[in-house]
Design a protein around this ligand. Structure first.
Ligand code: FAD
Length: 395
């Protein structure tokens, strides 16, 4: 994340490194989806390009990259392999939480130094038991015993849990705490065991390998972040999740739109210049993509301008904007891919065609469900009732 001592990596240089990883990811995306399996080649390339620690300040061994730069890596990877991109995005959300809320903590700073030096991959555990997508509620509590913290939770979904080098998890602060009185705990592989509870046989995002596990951990007390999770959630977790996930979905949509454009060009070349019947839909796909990129760009700008101002981050209008970003971006990404399918027709519908968008469609359909849009909209219902409806275009 931006720190003034050393300049952040030039966007172009970072773009080139991301493009190199995307090229590897694209080559293996089909097999990652069909097997399904963890995109090992993509992450070997990401580690070789040292992309895992870019958000960490230079003083701790990272590159001090900005939120926008990380979002762009997510977007580039999303065009190549949705699973690679989503894993990268989830990792960076956790890194952002540690960077922004673990400064000054010896244990967390030590972990971030190791993350950069060894290019460690962090997974996320928020979903628990039957609780679904309510991130602001935890069942399992940490217990302090003999100077260490202990935790056992039924983590019903942990993407790439088996492949990650560490897990950042929410937990109830203590056995007698309310379910919403949570902390965030950063664990490295040596701190926990995972016992598999369920597999991940899904329509899309198959390569995220999001199995369910019993997570049993014992760690140093300093690995519990000092700030309450409530603060981390509002200031970093939600904004970064919505911006990085949204960039992945925008990338998937851009990948599908590029295939649709390629299809129209190809079909016209083979029909003496006559465009195929679905060609007029191409403008719609590109227009939806433009709107989607606009929503993301606006929210990235808003977050970056406020990220060091706790009062501005807590303001209702910012919280509504960043919350709705997830809803809008996911719906526009689905619409873009569906329109790309209409452009490509049967060639897009086929699983074995050069212009197939079936994998993109299956993958992007996870976006409204990943913290369900209905749950998000319900949480905004009372705010929306109070929000003034603008009466002028200049308001
Ligand atoms: C690709 C992918 C990767 C994931 N990776 C991880 C991971 O690494 N770690 C992790 O912890 N989790 C992960 N998750 C899980 C995710 O964070 C959410 O927990 C999960 O998507 C919620 O699923 P759900 O539909 O079961 O639950 P819910 O959100 O509970 O939704 C269930 C149903 O209830 C409805 N509903 C719920 N609440 C309300 C409400 N208040 N108002 C109206 N309707 C409501 C919804 O519309 C939905 O139909 C992942 C999910 C996906 C799709």
């Amino acid at each position: 994340m931006n720190d003034s001592s050393v300049a952040a990596p030039a966007a172009a240089a970072l773009g080139g490194r991301a493009a190199a990883v995307a090229a590897v990811a694209a080559r293996h995306a089909g097999e990652v989806d069909s097997t399904p399996r963890f995109p090992a080649e993509s992450f070997a390339a990401a580690k070789a390009q040292r992309l895992l620690g870019i958000l960490v300040p230079t003083q701790l061994g990272g590159e001090g990259a900005s939120i926008r730069e990380v979002a762009d890596v997510c977007y580039r990877l999303g065009q190549a392999c949705s699973a690679t991109a989503m894993i990268y995005a989830m990792h960076q959300v956790k890194v952002a939480c540690l960077v922004r809320h673990g400064r000054g903590s010896e244990a967390i700073e030590g972990l971030l130094r190791r993350l950069c030096a060894e290019q460690l991959l962090l997974a996320s555990s928020t979903t628990e038991g039957q609780g679904g997508g309510n991130v602001r509620s935890s069942e399992a509590a940490i217990e302090h015993r003999e100077g260490r913290v202990h935790l056992e939770r039924k983590a019903s979904v942990i993407s790439y849990g088996a492949q990650a080098d560490g897990i950042v998890t929410t937990a109830r602060r203590a056995a007698d705490a309310e379910s919403s009185d949570q902390v965030l705990v950063a664990l490295l592989k040596e701190d926990y065991t995972l016992t598999r509870l369920q597999g991940w046989n899904t329509l899309g995002m198959r390569g995220t390998c999001s199995d369910g596990y019993t997570l049993k951990a014992a760690a140093a007390a300093g690995q519990v972040l000092p700030e309450p999770y409530e603060t981390i959630h509002a200031r970093t977790m939600v904004p970064c999740a919505h911006l990085f996930w949204g960039s992945v979905w925008a990338g998937i949509a851009a990948g599908a739109a590029a295939r649709a454009q390629g299809f129209v060009r190809h079909a016209a070349r083979h029909a003496g210049g006559q465009a195929p019947p679905g060609a007029p839909q191409l403008s719609r796909a590109l227009s939806t993509l433009r709107t989607l990129r606009g929503v993301l760009a606006n929210s990235l700008r808003a977050y970056e301008s406020k990220m060091d101002d706790p009062k501005a981050l807590a303001a209702l209008d910012f919280q509504s904007q960043i919350t709705l970003t997830k809803v809008e971006v996911s719906e526009l990404a689905v619409a873009t891919v569906l329109t790309a399918l209409r452009v490509c027709g049967l060639s897009g519908y086929r699983c074995d065609s050069e212009f197939s968008v079936e994998r993109q469609l299956r993958d992007v359909l996870s976006s409204p469900l990943m913290i369900n849009n209905d749950r998000i909209l319900a949480s905004l219902a009372s705010t929306s009732l109070m929000a003034p409806v603008p009466v002028s275009l200049n308001d």
